[in-house]
Write a protein that binds this ligand. Structure first.
Ligand code: SAM
Length: 327
């Protein structure tokens, strides 16, 4: 089998798919309310059939991990049937979903029926009023109920993603981290990445060493041994905790050398790197009735041009909005 191996010998077996650019939240760091973000028209977004065809071609090239993201994936119509179709692709050994959790409760059954067990849920605060300030809508209760419903339904691991923002949620890091004493959640602090027209100043960034320092007030963070297929998070545990703490450090300690990802945007562009605007047009190929072999060649081209590492640290800017790429 021809596989997606890039010039730096990284085997690309993980495809993250944004199925919509739309979202039911307007988070400060992603798609803030004062920013006009043009919405893709229905015809600009790949249909489920088109996405499934691309996944099958990806699988024939060694893709075995697939994550569905957005925008907010759970607002797309008929997501249940789409997930079920993905769940039937036997070669996908790991199918997962990233959501903001607002609609999670209502979709848990269809998510589970598709074989998904691993969920990533964004939650940047435990304060309802602050949730509204960060996310633009008063949905804290729905998100928290969704997280608990997923926990009681046996989803595992449940990863809670917090974008770390100075002066916005840093006073809550310890409280959020303490959730891992009550629940087996993986609490993951993500360094804020300036992308698109995000108006958050870089002064809002808090890097992992500083977050760790804040959390040291709770107790000693003991490193968790990395397994071969671990994602980019650096994992730790407090003694006595049933959950974990993770740090996703694209800025303070980038993980490009281990990156095994390709990203498919809602508009059908294949991106070899989250933090580079380079992309390869699969939508046009699909709509021009290209053969599977021709589409495979575009996947292979994307692998060939995967950057060695990202350059956000040197202040290279990424023009695309995160909501289009999916994180
Ligand atoms: N709507 C879903 C959600 O909220 O999880 C999926 C899409 S969202 C773009 C995926 C992830 O990207 C979320 O965990 C979010 O916190 C993260 N994210 C978005 N913008 C970010 C930024 N500028 N820096 C760091 N993480 C970001």
């Amino acid at each position: 089998m021809t596989e997606l191996i890039d010039p730096h010998c990284r085997k690309l077996n993980y495809l993250r798919i944004s199925i919509t650019d739309r979202c039911n939240l307007r988070c400060l760091y992603c798609a803030p309310p004062n920013l006009q973000i043009p919405k893709l028209s229905h015809s600009d977004i790949l249909s489920y059939e088109e996405i499934l065809r691309l996944v099958r071609i990806g699988v024939s090239l060694g893709i075995s991990k697939v994550r569905i993201t957005g925008g907010e994936p759970l607002i797309r119509k008929d997501i249940g049937n789409f997930l079920a179709e993905l769940g039937r692709i036997r070669e996908i050994s790991d199918l997962s979903l990233t959501t903001n959790g607002v609609l999670l409760r209502d979709h848990l059954e269809s998510i589970r029926a598709a074989g998904i067990r691993r969920l990533n849920i964004s939650l940047d605060t435990l304060k309802p009023e602050r949730f509204k300030q960060i996310a633009g809508h008063d949905y804290f209760r729905q998100v928290w109920d969704g997280i608990l419903a997923a926990y009681h339904a046996g989803f595992s691991p449940i990863k809670i993603n917090i974008v770390a923002m100075r002066g916005i949620n840093d006073d809550e890091f310890a409280d959020i981290a303490r959730l891992c004493f009550s629940y087996p959640f993986h609490i993951r602090f993500i360094e804020y990445m300036p992308m698109g027209n995000s108006p958050l100043e870089t002064a809002r960034q808090i890097l992992a060493p500083e977050i760790m320092n804040i959390l040291s007030a709770i107790g000693e963070l003991v490193p968790v041994e990395r397994k071969q297929h671990d994602g980019p998070a650096e994992r730790y545990r407090f003694k006595e905790a049933i959950g974990e703490i993770g740090f996703i450090r694209p800025l303070s300690h980038h993980f490009c050398a281990q990156c095994n990802r390709l990203r498919l945007t809602a508009s059908g562009q294949l991106r070899p790197c989250l933090l580079s605007d380079a992309q390869h047009d699969l939508k046009t190929a699909l709509r021009n009735k290209s053969s599977d072999a021709e589409i495979s060649d575009i996947f292979l081209m994307a692998a060939r041009f995967k950057p060695h590492r990202h350059h956000l640290i040197e202040n290279d800017s990424v023009k695309s909005q995160m909501s289009l790429i999916g994180g």
